[in-house]
Design a binder for this molecule. Structure first.
Ligand SMILES: Cc1cc2nc3c(=O)[nH]c(=O)nc-3n(C[C@H](O)[C@H](O)[C@H](O)COP(=O)(O)OP(=O)(O)OC[C@H]3O[C@@H](n4cnc5c(N)ncnc54)[C@H](O)[C@@H]3O)c2cc1C
Length: 730
């Protein structure tokens, strides 16, 4: 008995000591934080400056909320969609329409193999190549949203014209000069770029460095040389680039290379790092190679090179102080640009595909029936509609963030990845529905060009497999996590006492964050997320999705922490796990953007099937991604714990129903306000919120009609409006 008592006392004392050690700051720092920091320093994979620049580039905003386990939905819903100024709207209604009317994609591709000279001239004269350049430098000074609207519209007409416009307005000389150029460089180049007197291109990719662009072997040696009859400090540059868009017609070459300073003429380091310079293509030694033909797309693209070409130091963007800062510049500009250019051009392509395919499915009959009425065709049509609704939502939300001054590195990566992948699905589905009409090329083939050019979008600005496997979660988990970056910074802190203090604070927060998310994920799993908070201002028919997304967010945050704690640096190599965790983050963004769009569009009940389909599809896919992580997690005990926490009562989500899919498909093949909203004819207008009698009217559009009795009988209407909607109708 006494022995038992002694054991109990010792155990209680041990527990008390541990609790004391954890609660008393100095003790905890000495006994827990310091040894842990030592372990962290050992296991943390070494990070190069380029990796650090890539991870730290840009800002964290809504992605941080999605990663927090409890997204602040009200903040999202309070965010008004970016709007157009009168000038921007006028440009869209006149200049863009005129440009569209001037182009025949068939003739451009098959006759001229280039944009006709009159089209090039119109684009230059009307400022299409300088949309992002401020008015003070002669540009149009458009917002990201206006830029996005222009590219989206142009893409519905011709991929060649869209690419030729989007490239000078995205990552390249114009944008780099705006952010990092000296005043003199801005004065020298921006007015010429704005008026199309100079055509820019930006050359980063080398035959030996594509996805791994930071390892480009192109180099420049700091030295003195002769320029315009004077001996000046500069660089002797050697490069070999390929796949450069606008390269064959460019007059101003933006070039990335690694700068070295062996004689220490510009500082005290040998290897300065990646550097960006602007070189006129007329400069002696610049070689513009033979044009590429990317999958029969005729936008200008080709290689360029140079050997020992001397350039003066003031051709380096930002001058000598910016030597070696090129990678950071590129990463920061990419953070914003990646969310605009490809998302816009791909949404435009999808709008064209959905509009034309929906109409085709209505007029093309087989077996004496419009093919759009066959269930087999309804299935791809449904996917097309849902995908487009979501793509446009993500495009609009991302450009809204950029216009608010954010540089959303993670969200823009997700936007690029999700929109281009979904567009590939849209175009493939459209091809299946069009049959021979999409295959045989000719002036009235509305799909063939998009089908051929799809891999270009998948490959550029971060190839999709790389973005999914390495970037979305890899960058997201570190950037968006409230504590990981602080822990990493502590491991690099030279002052040991400060390092221990910082690490201790971050680590304690981290443990609380992990435990909190685990408990919340479990509680929401056990209650079906019924008690999770929903924003009061959300549409009643969408409320349950906010609750489900909150549960998903808590599950993701918990699983991400467990993965990082147990796998550490090895997680970087476990690309399949990282990709699946990234998918959950991507689908959270897709779902939240769609809910935001539904509110922004004025809660159009007629559009509700699209919103419901996207959310159900996203939740089901996210569930599959989580299952993929758990099934393949190397530590089976941890996997079992994870499964218990995130799926305590099994997997709750199912695929969107066929009835819901039928509603979506019908919206695409019958003329309606919804179809106009989806294909973009009315995207500039903010419709009134539907409420009261408007609700009933909206219900008459493409669904069961305002007849309450009929609507109450329809399973799909009950499903799309949810129990609250069904009750209201009754
Ligand atoms: C039409 C076109 C226009 C372009 N325009 C420009 C331009 O204007 N300027 C410019 O500088 N560049 C441009 N590029 C280059 C483009 O950015 C590169 O093609 C891209 O970075 C991919 O490089 P790569 O083609 O060498 O493929 P690779 O890097 O060889 O990649 C091949 C495959 O491997 C995958 N992969 C690579 N690393 C990993 C990894 N760690 N994990 C998982 N998967 C991985 C990729 O996702 C891809 O699927 C253009 C390319 C094309 C085709």
């Amino acid at each position: 008995m006494n022995a038992m008592l002694a054991v109990k006392v010792v155990a209680a004392a041990a527990v008390a000591l541990v609790v004391l050690a954890l609660l008393v700051g100095p003790l905890r720092r000495r006994l827990v934080a310091r040894p842990l920091l030592r372990v962290f320093r050992k296991v943390m994979p070494p990070m190069s400056q380029t990796e650090r620049d890539a991870i730290e580039a840009g800002t964290v905003g809504w992605d941080g909320e999605l990663f927090s386990g409890r997204p602040a939905w009200s903040e999202l819903l309070a965010l008004p969609r970016a709007s157009l100024t009168a000038d921007e709207q006028h440009f869209l209604d006149h200049d863009v329409e005129t440009l569209c009317a001037m182009i025949s994609d068939w003739e451009t591709t098959n006759v001229h193999k280039d944009l006709p000279p009159a089209v090039w001239q119109y684009m230059k004269d009307r400022g299409f190549l300088g949309m992002i350049i401020p008015k003070a430098f002669g540009g149009l000074g458009f917002s990201a949203y206006a830029h996005s609207q222009v590219v989206t519209k142009l893409s519905t007409r011709s991929g060649t014209v869209a690419v030729s416009v989007l490239v000078p307005n995205s990552l390249g000389p114009g944008e780099l000069l705006l952010h990092y150029g000296t005043d003199e460089q801005k004065r020298r180049h921006l007015p010429r770029l704005a008026r199309g007197l100079d055509i820019p291109c930006f050359a980063l990719t080398n035959p030996h460095a594509g996805s791994d662009a930071a390892s480009i072997p192109d180099f420049g040696i700091v030295c003195f040389g002769e320029h315009e009859g004077r001996r000046v400090l500069g660089l002797r540059v050697t490069w070999d680039k390929r796949y450069i868009t606008l390269g064959p017609v460019a007059t101003l070459l933006g070039l990335a290379f690694r700068a070295y300073d062996p004689e220490h003429l510009a500082g005290d380091r040998d290897d300065l790092g990646i550097t960006c310079a602007l070189i006129p293509t007329s400069h002696p030694g610049v070689v513009i190679g033979r044009r590429h033909m990317p999958l029969n797309a005729v936008f200008q693209n080709g290689p360029n090179s140079g050997t020992d070409v001397f350039i003066p130091m003031d051709w380096v963007i930002g001058g000598a102080p910016m030597l070696g800062k090129g990678w950071r510049m590129l990463m920061e500009c990419l953070a914003a640009g990646r969310g605009i250019s490809l998302p816009s051009s791909n949404t435009g392509m999808a709008k064209l595909a959905v509009r034309t395919t929906g109409a085709y499915a209505r007029v093309r009959t087989q077996f004496k029936t419009a093919i759009g009425r066959f269930e087999g065709i309804e299935e791809p049509l449904t996917r097309m509609g849902g995908n487009l609704y979501m793509m446009d939502a993500v495009r609009m939300l991302t450009s809204t963030f950029v216009d608010r001054g954010e540089k959303p590195a993670v969200l823009s990566g997700i936007a690029k990845l999700q929109i281009t992948e979904r567009n590939r699905e849209v175009i493939n589905d459209a091809m299946d529905i069009a049959g021979g009409k999409g295959i045989c090329m000719g002036p009235s083939n509305f799909l063939g060009a998009a089908y051929m050019q799809m891999p270009v979008s998948i490959t550029v600005e971060g190839a999709n497999i790389l973005t999914r496997s390495l970037i979305v979660f890899g960058q997201g988990a570190i950037r968006c996590h409230p504590y990981v970056l602080r822990e990493m910074a502590a491991t690099r802190e030279p002052d040991d006492a400060k390092a221990v203090r910082d690490f201790d604070a971050a680590f304690c927060g981290h443990i609380g964050f992990l435990a909190g998310n685990a408990l919340r994920a479990l509680a929401m799993g056990l209650t079906g997320s019924r008690f999770a908070a929903t924003p009061a201002e959300a549409a009643p028919e969408a409320r349950r999705y906010y609750r489900q997304l909150t549960r998903l967010s808590a599950s993701l945050a918990f699983m991400a922490d467990v993965s990082m704690f147990t796998l550490g640096g090895a997680l970087k190599r476990k690309e399949k796990l990282s990709a699946r965790l990234g998918d959950v983050l991507s689908l959270l963004y897709v779902g939240s953007a769609t809910l935001w769009r539904y509110e922004q569009d004025g809660r159009q009940l007629a559009d509700a099937p699209l919103m419901h389909w996207v959310l159900r599809d996203a939740l089901y896919k996210a569930q599959g991604a989580i299952e993929g992580v758990v099934t393949n997690f190397p530590n089976r005990f941890i996997a079992a714990v994870m499964r218990f926490i995130v799926f305590p009562l099994g997997q709750p989500h199912v695929v969107p129903s066929d009835r819901l899919g039928q509603h979506v498909a019908r919206l695409l093949i019958e003329p309606s306000a919804t179809r106009d909203r989806v294909d973009g004819r009315h995207v500039h207008r903010r419709p009134r919120r539907a409420g009261g009698p408007d609700r009933a009217r909206a219900r008459g559009d493409g669904r069961c009609g305002p007849d309450r009795a009929q609507a109450a009988k329809c399973r799909a209407c009950r499903e799309t409006d949810g129990p609250a909607g069904a009750r209201r109708r009754r």
